[in-house]
Design a binder for this molecule. Structure first.
Ligand code: ADP
Ligand code: MG
Length: 147
């Protein structure tokens, strides 16, 4: 599905709706250029899960864990990862195959670890449609409908 937004509030609201509907074990991958709205979207997801703590990108760690919501929320930013072994070192599989919701920024860098049933979110700008326009494409939600 593709959703178009025209403000950060709308992107946040979309994330919030998905967070409210998120299910244990879901993994979201999140791709898009710097400044496109990945953090805004992630903040929406977190709010939808019932997390009130401020969510920003995990700068010094690969994964940031939030446990105050309806489900645990594991926010990964693998941008600075050197190799796949670093993921093994942090025990990524406990998060990926646990009972929380994972959000993985820059998932393309660890493509071989991303499970088949993940949900892929891509955010893009289109300057012809305005400075605040974003096209948000979500695939992979279909398989989760009856879970
Ligand atoms: P990223 O995490 O992808 O680097 P951020 O979420 O930190 O990006 O920043 C997105 C920036 O774009 C914010 O300054 C936000 O206010 C702005 N923005 C403008 N329009 C939108 C929109 N439709 N959706 C999300 N962010 C938007
Ligand atoms: Mg960000």
């Amino acid at each position: 599905m593709t959703i178009e937004t025209n403000s950060p509030e709308e992107t946040f609201a979309l994330g919030q709706k998905l967070g409210e509907q998120a299910k244990a074990g879901q993994i979201y991958t999140l791709n898009g250029d710097l400044g496109v709205g990945k953090t805004v979207f992630t903040q929406g997801i977190a709010r939808g899960l019932g997390i009130t703590e401020a969510v920003s990108s995990p700068t010094f760690t690969i994964v940031q864990v939030y446990e105050e919501g309806r489900l645990p929320f594991y926010h990964f930013d693998v941008y600075r990862i050197g190799d796949i072994e670093e993921m093994e070192e942090i025990g990524y599989d406990d998060y990926f195959f646990g009972n929380g919701v994972c959000m993985i920024e820059w998932a393309e860098l660890i493509e071989e670890l991303i499970p088949e049933n993940s949900i892929h979110v891509t955010i893009e700008k289109d300057l012809e449609k305005g400075f605040d326009y974003r096209r948000i494409t979500i695939t992979g939600l279909e398989g989760w409908e009856n879970k």
